[in-house]
Structure formats: C-alpha cells, structure tokens
Design a binder for this molecule. Sequence first.
Ligand code: ATP
Ligand code: MG
Length: 377
Amino acid sequence: MANPAEQRPLILIVDDNEQNRALAQASLENEDYDVAVAAGGEEALASFATRAADCVLLDVRMPGMNGFEVCTKLRTMPGGADTPIVFLTAQRDVDTFDAALRAGGDDFLTKPVRPTELVLRVQAALRLRRLNAENREYFALARRQRDDLMRLTLQKERLTAFVVHDLKNPVSNVDLQAQLVLRSKDLPERLRAPVEGIRQEVRSLMRLIMNLLDISKSEEGRLTPATAELDLAALAAEAFEAMAVAAKAKNITLEQQLDVTHLSADADLLRRVLENLLDNALRHAPEDSSIRMTSRLCDGSVELRVADQGAGVPESMRERVFDPFVQVESNDRSVTRSGRGLGLAFCRLAVEAHGGRIRVEDGNPGAVFCLSLPHAH
Ligand SMILES: Nc1ncnc2c1ncn2[C@@H]1O[C@H](COP(=O)(O)OP(=O)(O)OP(=O)(O)O)[C@@H](O)[C@H]1O
Ligand SMILES: [Mg+2]
C-alpha cells in the first residue's frame, strides 16, 4: 500500500505540441503520478524552480529554447543534477542520440511514443533514482553498454535507410531504359525475351526495396495510407501485367473474378500487396496451373483472395509467415527460393495500416491469401 502521506512522484512534461502533452499527461495520471506540463523551455525551468520534478520528459525540437538547452540548464538547478531526464524526439538518428547524451539526458524515446512504453520508461527512471551507490556503479556500466548498443543500432538503421533509398532511383531507371528498348522498332525479336527478363528481375528488386522501405517506415510509425476511391479491376490488371512474364515462364494463367471493384484504399500500397501475393503464388504454383484473384463483399468488408494450386502453407506456419524473415523450408525443387521473407511482412503492415486484416487459408490444394479491407462508404 502506498503511504498516503508520501508525496506522489511529480513528472514534468515539456512539449510545445499540445496533443503530445495531453496524451503523455493522461497516460501518467492514469498511473497516479502528479503531472506538471510546460509548453516551452522558460515555462519548464520556472515549473522546476517551484517544485523540482522527479522525472522530466523533454521534447527536443521546440521554438525558442530547444530540449538540449533546457536539459543543460535543469542540470544546474537545485535538485536538477540527478533528476532523470528522458528525451522525446521524432528524429531517430545517431546525431540526435549523441546530442541528447551530451546534454545530460538519461534516456531517449522516439516519437510517436506508445503510452505503455512511456509509463514503463518513467517507472524505470524513478526506480533508478532509488538505487544505492554500489548498484549505481553497475547501472552506469550497463548504461554505457546500452548506449553503445543503441548507437550501433541507429548507425545501422541509417546505413540501411541510405542504401535502400539510394538504390531506388538507379533501379527504377534501369526499368525505364528496358522499357525504352522494348518499345524500339529495331529491337531484334530474339532480344525481346531477355529484355523482358531484365524488366522482371528489376521489378522484383524494386519490390524488395519498397518492402524494406515501407517496413522501416512502419517501424517509425510513418506508414500512413493515402486513401482514395479506386477501381480494383484496374489495379488487379496492373498487378497482373507486372507479373505477366513470370506467369508466362511457368505457363500459369492469371484469372480474376471481382464481384466488388469499388474500394477506398492506397492504390500504390494495395497494388504492391497484390504483386507480392502474386509473386509468392507464382513461385509456389506448379507449371500449367492457374492463379485466381477474387473479391466479394463480406460483413461490410471487401474480401480479396489470391489462390494458387501449389503446396500451400502448413498449418503450423500460417501465423508466422507474416513475420519478417520467415520462410517455410521446402523440399520441392520446383519452388524457386525468393528474396528474404519480407513480402508478407510488408503485406500485413500495409493491410493493417488500412485497418484491414490478412490471413492465409488452405485452398486444398494450394494457399489462399485472404485480405479484408474496410469497404468504401
Ligand atoms: N502462395 C504460397 N504458397 C506456399 N507458401 C507460401 C506462399 N506464399 C508465401 N509462402 C511461404 O511464406 C514465406 C514468406 O513469404 P514472403 O513473401 O514473406 O517471403 P519470400 O517470398 O520468401 O521472400 P520475399 O517476398 O521477400 O521476396 C515464403 O518463403 C513461403 O515459404
Ligand atoms: Mg514473397
């Protein structure tokens, strides 16, 4: 039982964005903390001078005094030297992280911050304050290691983001050039197939790049669909066209029966979901078979299915195939090993960003990937 005479810990929230302040305040008051808020640096320092907070949540980018300056000043105030200061920032990069540590910050959270995570970090920060001197030494060591690890992670993220991003333009240029060659009248017939082959490979590379980009965007909470009314039939036709060469190579027919064609979704994301599903289906379907795309209305949602006649996904893997880097081991030599197990991870993120769901069922034989999306109103 908490001692009622004991003062509840005070958390000071400093953020120029009112919504962020209100969200953090509500999350912390829910946990019975006292909360003070400040919309800027001056206000934060004044509040701290009146009553020193037990923990400060500090936004980095604010008009006037920025978070780092506020932190440096707080450290010189009475009670401010050992108050845990947690930076909240939208910029997830090594430079910001280092600057936060240099300014004397204790912890670093990237926005958007989940309420539970915020509360956990505050609890951890308060607990650390109560540690005795010996434990503090261990903690300082652990913290140095944590900071090194965090720095490495951020550096790796930055490198990956650069590589992936910088690949995008040259790769799409290769595709454009290949299209030009295909359109040229003097292209000898025997070269048509190899150039189409180039396009197919380039598109598959492009899909991988886009999957990676969107997965990392989604980890940062930035994958927001640009929703608009769209024609599913046209979108399916585009996806079929993108996979035509691969389908021809295995003599697979792509069929569609769309009972619903009206949908409100992000055309680019949805087309790439369909391409990923078709890519998988083509990889797993036997030669001379068919792949079927259907749509219908079901309980107010649009249900879209992509069904193939391959080996299907074993029941034990039906949840896990949507996790990143998960691939089912296959003994079937006709199944061409593809990329990295990112396709379905992207599909799930994209579908869920629309408020929809995706699952895989048994087509008996074959796999049926089924996605349900909210219907346009
Ligand atoms: N239509 C399908 N039939 C059978 N197994 C499938 C089917 N689609 C996906 N799978 C299984 O799920 C795994 C994950 O698929 P996912 O699309 O995420 O990755 P991938 O196709 O292996 O690689 P990537 O899509 O990144 O190029 C696949 O490796 C495969 O084992
Ligand atoms: Mg795939």
